[in-house]
Design a protein. Structure first.
Length: 499
């Protein structure tokens, strides 16, 4: 058929349709929804564009102001994340924000502020202070043993974690998913330096508790100590530190957390240190208090106090791993006054077979324990089988030297005491009230009180020992299965929450 005939046919068809409509033939025409063209959709407002740096299912496009963009990393969940590096010096204020597709790192030593000196009333006018604030859910990693954070005297760190979104500081291997149950010492740790009194002043004739009484901290070139018992180094809540610790030199190590000369204006609550190659937390002097502490898998001492520490700790769980861990507590001081006088209440210590004693008091420490449970697995010998070892630096011992105090304390170890043939440990323990030297552990789920622990009367005057303490009517850190302060923000305490 020709093009002319095609055109005639199309025109005839259109004319027929028009005539049908004019004769009332609407019933023969498809109505909307029956094959006709649908009406146009209503107008919609387009969504706003994503903010700068927002991810589109992958790494964030950039880093927040103040951070260096150092590439990306693939985490253990298979997510590619933007890596944003903290500066080597934080002055003024720096916030580490929680952002999708973003993770943070440190490289080498990161200083928060510069040393303001030991006088809280006359801080340095030439050194800048700093405040590092870390939002809930932030993860920060180090890649090597000398990657660590130092909060200097006069500066602060504010960790704003929550029970569901703790702040996590860990190793690169942990982020990538290559760590094991025995992975330790893969980055440095956190060092906080304050201006509270210490006993190991540098120099001759310097008086403890004065601005001139300072010392260089273990693990790095920085100073702590001063004249401010109420010094404030910030606030730490819901923080987890994993796979930390590093030996700089023999007997000179970075711990999971080092608290040196930290004052009681500082808040420390809900903190876990997991698998440090040295101590979990070591206190060098100072007056800071802490509650809700969890120490798991640390290779040396879980708690270590020294050089005049005088603070209180309540609600603490310590669980050693099978292949590592020395003492659960090493309480030391120095030959100078004041002696260390740590006060510990409502703690549960669960030790492995072997290692050191559960608690060792030495070198002038006068530690006091209330409502505390100490257990060790069978298999150790000597101190490695004992709950308590007391080593006096003073000969003969005096009433105030390395005796400590024990009230409502329950021991369940292969042997109660490693007495060094002088009977000091047994004598110190027997002097207290409601103590059990040779108990049988009935702990459930590793650290939750059972019948034998629940039967021990609690110490009735905790608040007279320290106003920081909360008066409770039970011993141990976890009263029963309904006591869940440790859940949600920790790892490694139960099989379903591996680190």
């Amino acid at each position: 058929m020709s093009a002319r005939n095609n055109l005639k046919t199309l025109l005839a068809t259109l004319s027929a349709v028009a005539a049908l409509s004019a004769c009332g033939g609407a019933d023969e025409v498809a109505s909307p929804g029956e094959g006709a063209f649908a009406p146009p959709p209503p107008a919609t407002t387009p969504p706003p564009p994503p903010p700068a740096g927002a991810p589109t299912g992958g790494p964030a496009a950039d880093c927040p102001s103040g951070f260096a963009n150092v590439g990306t990393i693939l985490d253990r969940e298979g997510a590619t994340l933007r890596v944003c590096q903290l500066p080597s010096l934080v002055t003024g204020g720096l916030v580490v924000p929680k952002r999708e597709g973003t993770i943070y790192t440190i490289s080498g030593r990161t200083d928060v502020g510069q040393d303001q000196g030991g006088d809280v009333n006359a801080p340095s006018t030439t050194a800048a202070d700093g405040v590092l604030t870390i939002e809930a859910g932030v993860r920060i990693f180090g890649s090597a043993g000398l990657d660590y954070i130092v909060v200097n005297r006069g500066s602060q760190i504010n960790v704003q974690g929550t029970a569901t979104e703790p702040v996590i500081m860990t190793s690169r291997q942990s982020i990538e998913g290559s760590t094991t149950a025995d992975s330790i010492g893969q980055w440095g740790g956190l060092v906080i330096l304050g201006r509270a009194p210490i006993s190991n002043c540098d120099g001759v004739g310097v008086t403890p508790g004065t601005a001139a009484c300072q010392a260089q901290v273990e693990g790095t070139n920085a100073f702590y100590g001063g004249n401010g018992p109420a010094d404030n180094s910030g606030s730490i809540r819901y923080l987890r530190i994993q796979h930390s610790g590093f030996q700089v030199l023999p007997n000179n190590e970075l711990n999971g957390i080092t608290l040196a000369g930290v004052g009681n204006g500082t808040t420390i609550e809900y903190v876990q240190v997991h698998n440090s190659s040295d101590d979990g937390i070591e206190w060098f002097g100072g007056t800071v208090n802490a509650r809700y502490l969890v120490m798991t898998g640390n290779d040396d001492d879980s708690f270590d106090t020294d050089v005049g520490f005088n603070g209180a700790i309540q609600f603490a769980i310590i669980v050693q791993r099978a292949n590592g861990g020395d003492r659960m507590n090493e309480m030391s001081a120095s030959t100078r006054e004041p002696v260390s006088s740590p006060k510990i209440a409502n703690a549960t210590f669960v030790g492995r077979a072997g290692g050191g004693a559960g608690i060792i008091l030495n070198s002038g420490s006068n530690a006091q324990y209330y409502n505390t449970i100490v257990t060790k697995a069978a298999g150790g010998t000597g101190a490695g089988a004992a709950c308590l070892d007391v080593d006096d630096a003073v000969s003969p011992p005096t009433a105030t030297s390395t005796r400590g105090g024990f009230n409502s304390v329950f021991f369940a170890c292969p042997t109660a005491f490693d007495d060094d043939a002088d009977g000091a440990a047994a004598a110190a323990f027997a002097a207290g009230a409601n103590n059990t030297a040779t108990g049988t552990s009935t702990l459930t789920n590793t650290f939750v009180n059972g019948a034998n622990e629940a039967a021990v009367p609690a110490y009735g005057s905790l608040t007279t020992v320290s106003p920081f303490f909360q008066q409770v009517d039970y011993i141990g850190a976890v009263r029963d299965a309904n006591d869940t302060w440790w859940q949600g923000w920790t790892c490694g305490l139960t099989a379903d929450t591996p680190c």
